[in-house]
Design a protein around this ligand. Structure first.
Ligand code: GLN
Length: 194
């Protein structure tokens, strides 16, 4: 199994460190030739969604990755990565990959609560959650499974091959969410989709 990590901007090293600890092979996507490589899953890190969206086009990576996601490549978007996958951003006219049927709100917690840490359930297991100028999901469609709700707001969800969370599991030493993503990748490899 090999996981690609989008490494244009943001917290990609932290995801790499977790994959190293879990003994999973990975590659960084920095230019088009990386995106054309063969890999079994993709992580889109937190950071700044507008900047990452712009760089994806500048480096001509956008279409290659979008096509792979549409064809079923497992993808895991954290924070800005969640925003990049959403079909609609309620407080922004731009959309990016637009592959996941969710509506998100950017910087949704306002200035006072821009960053906070809490413990809450992800897929019924208590995990630490670090929120940094985080979005939340204001609407999911029936094909999405809600995996975490904090203070009444959806902060993690899955739609088939796509997993997103508004918080940063890569900034903690709890690997639950990464392991969940790797189980999606394993199912994908065991199915005939690839
Ligand atoms: N607020 C950022 C954005 O819109 C996301 C923040 C994050 O990834 N920590 O892109």
């Amino acid at each position: 199994m090999k996981i690609a990590i989008l490494a244009l901007q943001g917290a990609f090293i932290e995801h790499e460190n977790i994959l190293k600890k879990l003994g999973v092979d990975f590659l960084e996507i920095r230019q088009k030739k990386d995106a054309l490589e063969d890999f079994d899953g993709l992580i889109i890190p937190g950071g700044e969604s507008t900047t990452q969206g712009k760089l994806l086009h500048e480096f001509d990576i956008f279409d290659v990755l979008k096509e792979k996601i549409i064809k079923g490549l497992p993808v895991f978007g954290t924070c800005a990565g969640l925003i990049l996958l959403a079909k609609e951003i309620e407080n922004d006219d731009r959309v990016h990959f637009s592959t996941m049927d969710i509506i998100v709100k950017r910087n949704a917690y306002g200035r006072q609560l821009a960053s906070f840490i809490t413990n809450d359930k992800f897929n019924d297991k208590l995990v630490p959650m670090v929120f940094i100028r985080a979005p939340y999901i204001s609407k999911v469609t029936k094909d999405c499974e809600v995996l975490a709700v904090v203070d009444g707001k959806i902060v993690a969800a899955r739609e088939n091959n796509q997993l997103v969370c508004a918080f940063h599991p890569e900034l903690t030493s709890d690997y639950t969410v990464h392991k969940y993503f790797l189980s999606i990748v394993e199912n994908y490899l065991n199915s005939n989709t690839k």
